[in-house]
Structures are given as structure tokens and as C-alpha cells.
Write a protein of this length. Sequence first.
Length: 136
Amino acid sequence: MFGDVVDNEMVLNGYGRIVGECWRWLSAQYPYVRLDEWVVMPNHLHGVLILGETGVQTSSEPAGKSLGRLVGAFKTISTKRINEARCKVGGLVWQRDFYDHILRGEQDLNRIREYIAGNPHRWAEDEENPCMWKKD
């Protein structure tokens, strides 16, 4: 849906570019969100979000969105924009849940960065690759 892996590199289509723009939107919209390593794959996204201080909190202003709400905001905005681009009201783009992992130190962060950066190189064997699914 978001492009293809060609010669071990991800080549985004229009929908994939929307996903990338919406991922970057998170850090523009929420000043306490910093993007680290990320990659849009043909049918999913891998990314590291670093959450920091939210600034001054007032009684009427929440301290900041949780990780789940941030991912939900990303999914909402990207789904809306993709559906507008494909002229399809209410079309599904993302699965309901997401996988998260708390990074515990620099070594863990570097391991995940390498995993994300290398994901296009492993696409041919990835279980998310529809070409890997058995045909019944």
C-alpha cells in the first residue's frame, strides 16, 4: 500500500509519502515528541519516538498524550489523508493495535535503530510481506 522495496531500498508511493509526512507531523504537533530512526515499509511502519518534557502544565491542559494516544493521532491523520487521496470514505489503513517496546539504554536503542534501518534489506523474508503468505 505504501510502496515497494526495490534493490533493498524502500521506494515510497504517494500513500507512503503521506505516511512519512504524518509521522513527521507528530514532532511538529507535539513539542515533547522527538523522532528517532524510522522507516515506512510496504504495509507498515517502524519508528522510535522519544518522549520528553511537556512544559508547563495547567489544570485545564493535560501533561501530554500517552504513547497510545500519539500513535492513535498518527493513525487518524494518516488514514484521513490517505482516504482523501484515494477518494475512499472510511477505508481501513492500519490494524487496530501496535507493538511497542520501552528502550532501556543506549545499547537497546542502537540495536533497534539497526533493526529499523535494515528492515528493507530483510523484506523478502519478512512475515509481513504478502509474498511470504502461503496460498491456500
